[in-house]
Design a protein around this ligand. Structure first.
Ligand code: AMP
Ligand code: GLY
Length: 443
């Protein structure tokens, strides 16, 4: 079987790794940077922008692709699934209409409202700054302000983290509207949810889902959750599929919400096939929906895909033929800790073109997995771009052992201008999360 993987990040390296473990699959890949991990696993690759639909479809036809998997959100929004499907190629990713669950935050909130889906937050959208003032004041300025469209995970600002009070909130509302951040002169304002965040990813065949282990991502750049939001600095998951602060009941509520969402999408005439991602906040009441993504998370894909014991291609086939409910999902019951290596200055002004030495063999000997991200390979070295460089994932029974394994492996990544959030998955940070939840009376 010829499988096309679209995207050149660490998430796509993890997808390629899962495909590679399946029998009888030849991998073809399309990426805009030369990811050495994907290059190694691919029979052939094409260096091309993932949103260049004509070139991608052309390549897929030439290579007689049987199954395409799309990693990032931009080609989903650009309609790559639709165009490949129109050319007779099976795609295990949502159509651009179904992907609006991620690419249009207003549409997503309206869908939740229309179908009375649990975990909704109070929200309104505005095109006029003045009109938004009353809504912001209702929450004493305690709101999240979001551009409507895609911003690479960097357009959302939350009170207490990025601004304080109504006046500063209004300044950002004005910026989003005037500068059309996220593509529209419109802004989404939501009540701020207080609690701890987690990600639940699931496979969907459009009718039913199979949820994976819960994961906690770390969006903020600096240790202790300080600094600007990033695409995600690292993440962890636990052997039992839950998280230290996440009770089974909340996990199940989140899975039920994802199920309600794919049913609502079905009723809207946009059947959802592929991986779906829910970001939730465990609050004193119930899990609240922060965002829904139409793909695997990055870094969260790297916590769950290495644990798959069920053949990944078989799962994709079941998503496509609607037989997921007959499928048993087998996952290796291990804990995982993933830490990203990023260029110094990432999130503000990355140091681009810096050499990074990666001792792949020694990393492998620690038992960790290595996933390359946005680096370019030249000769025997990799060089930073403005985005995240590579990720290392420790996998062990106990979370503390997975964290140690990840740190051991990181010793074999050397560069003068790299940065890592070493606190991810540590006991100290997890203690802090538990204390936070106890203070909110959630635990
Ligand atoms: P998003 O890009 O929607 O994932 O938002 C980025 C981050 O902002 C999330 O991971 C949350 O930490 C935070 N956030 C977004 N919406 C809210 C909200 N309504 N309440 C509290 N925090 C939020
Ligand atoms: N980890 C956040 C995302 O993939 O959007």
């Amino acid at each position: 079987m010829n499988v096309l993987v679209v995207g050149g990040g660490a998430r796509e390296h993890a997808i390629c790794d899962a495909v590679y473990r399946s029998k009888n699959a030849d991998i073809y890949s399309i990426m805009h940077n030369l990811n050495p991990g994907i290059e190694f696993l691919s029979k052939e690759y094409l260096l091309e922008e993932e949103t260049n639909i004509d070139r991608v479809v052309d390549y897929a036809k030439k290579k007689e692709i049987d199954l395409a998997l799309i990693g990032p959100e931009a080609p989903l929004e650009a309609g790559l699934t639709d165009e490949l499907t129109r050319n007779g190629i099976s795609v295990c990713s949502p159509t651009s209409k179904a992907a609006r669950i991620e690419t249009d935050k207003e549409w997503m909130r309206n869908l939740l409202r229309k179908y009375g889906i649990h975990g909704q937050l109070k929200y309104e959208t505005f095109t006029d700054v003045k009109k938004s003032k009353r809504f912001i004041e209702e929450f004493d300025g305690d709101v999240a302000i979001k551009p409507i469209g895609l911003t690479g995970g960097k357009g959302v600002k939350v009170s207490g983290d990025h601004f304080y009070g109504t006046d500063e909130a209004l300044e950002y509302v004005e910026e989003v509207i005037n500068q059309k951040i996220g593509g529209k002169a419109k802004v989404l304002i939501e009540e701020k949810a207080v609690g701890e965040e987690f990600t639940l990813q699931a496979f969907s065949d459009g009718n039913s889902i199979l949820p994976l282990h819960a994961v906690q991502d770390h969006k903020r750049l600096f240790p202790g959750d300080e600094g600007p939001n990033t695409g995600g600095m690292g993440s962890y998951s636990c052997a039992d599929g839950l998280l230290p602060f996440l009770p089974r009941s909340s996990y199940e509520e989140a899975a039920a919400i994802l199920q309600e969402i794919i049913e609502a999408l079905n009723r809207e005439g946009c059947k959802y096939i592929g991986p779906i991602y829910g970001q939730f906040m465990v609050t004193a009441e119930c899990p609240k929906i922060i965002e829904i993504n139409a793909r695997f998370g990055d870094p969260e894909a790297m916590n769950v895909l290495p644990l798959l014991e069920t053949d990944f291609i078989e799962l994709c086939t079941s998503m496509l033929d609607g037989s997921l409910s007959n499928k048993k999902l087998r996952l290796n019951k291990k804990s995982t800790v993933c830490k990203y290596v990023v260029p110094e200055g990432y999130g503000v002004k990355s140091m681009v073109g810096e050499k990074v030495l990666v001792d792949e063999k020694s990393i492998k000997n620690t038992g960790s997995k290595l996933f390359y991200a946005s680096v370019n390979k030249k000769d025997d070295f990799v060089y930073t771009t403005s985005s995240r460089s590579l990720a290392v994932v420790g996998i062990a029974d106990a979370l503390s052992d997975a964290e140690k394994m990840c740190e051991d492996a990181l010793n074999y990544v050397q560069g003068k201008h790299i940065f890592i959030r070493h606190d991810i998955g540590t006991e100290e940070l997890i203690e802090k999360r538990m204390k936070h939840m106890k203070k909110l009376n959630v635990m």
